[in-house]
Design a protein. Structure first.
Length: 221
């Protein structure tokens, strides 16, 4: 079985789009692939919060790539930090990888689609409850500090990865990696973000290439 480490910040709309496409590709894949959702907080990378205007500009342009995945932010408030949301998602790894996958997706959707202020943890928990996710053990792991420890471990381990940006995917067994697969970002002369290239099929084709690279991947499958 191949293992993909998916390094990203939950607030990053580019990683949200790639995560949706990766999950779709995995659903139709006939071969087992394990995904480890690892967190690379841009607040720590840049030592400051990502400006709201930039996140909202990126939300608008990436909605063209995945129209059903985004809704406009129509609230007066806005998350002041995304660290608690990532610590909560990281805490889900205390249960199992399937649960971690479920929580990761739900937290991203809560921000980009449900207009949840994910900095307010109880509001985020309410969203997860409404999505049918059992949160008792998850909250216990978060409030006991295990989620923050998981997030801190991600941050420390990220220094050993050649991460170019959010998202960056590493295939553990093959030693290969790709940054923002299928998407290429640019900016206007005045600093606004642009999608210079969008290939929705890239992720699925990339997974097929991984299996061709791994000649022994189907042994015993």
């Amino acid at each position: 079985m191949l293992t993909i480490e998916f390094w990203s910040d939950i607030q990053c709309p580019w990683s949200y789009v790639v995560s949706l496409r990766l999950r779709r590709a995995l659903r139709v894949s006939r071969r087992p692939i394990r995904v480890l959702w690892r967190y690379w907080p841009l607040e720590l990378v840049n030592r400051c919060a990502t400006p709201r205007w930039l996140l909202e500009a990126e939300r608008a342009i990436l909605a063209r790539c995945e129209p059903d995945a985004f809704a406009p932010w129509q609230r007066d408030d806005f998350p002041s930090t995304f660290l608690p949301a990532m610590a909560l998602a990281a805490a889900a790894r205390q249960q199992d990888l399937d649960f971690a996958d479920t929580v990761d997706r739900a937290v991203r959707e809560a921000f980009f689609l449900d207009q949840c202020n994910v900095a307010v943890l109880l509001e985020l928990i309410d969203i997860l409850d409404r999505k049918g996710i059992a949160t008792d053990r998850l909250q216990d792991a978060f409030w006991s500090g295990k989620g923050w420890r998981e997030l801190w471990n991600d941050w420390q381990e990220s220094h050993s990865r050649a991460i170019q940006g959010s998202p960056h995917l590493f295939v553990v067994e093959l030693g290969t990696n790709v940054h923002s697969p299928g998407l290429r970002e640019g900016t206007t002369p005045h600093g606004l973000p642009l999608v210079l290239h969008d290939d929705p099929a890239f992720v699925e084709e990339w997974l097929d290439q991984l299996w061709r690279l791994d000649g022994d991947s189907l042994d015993g499958y």
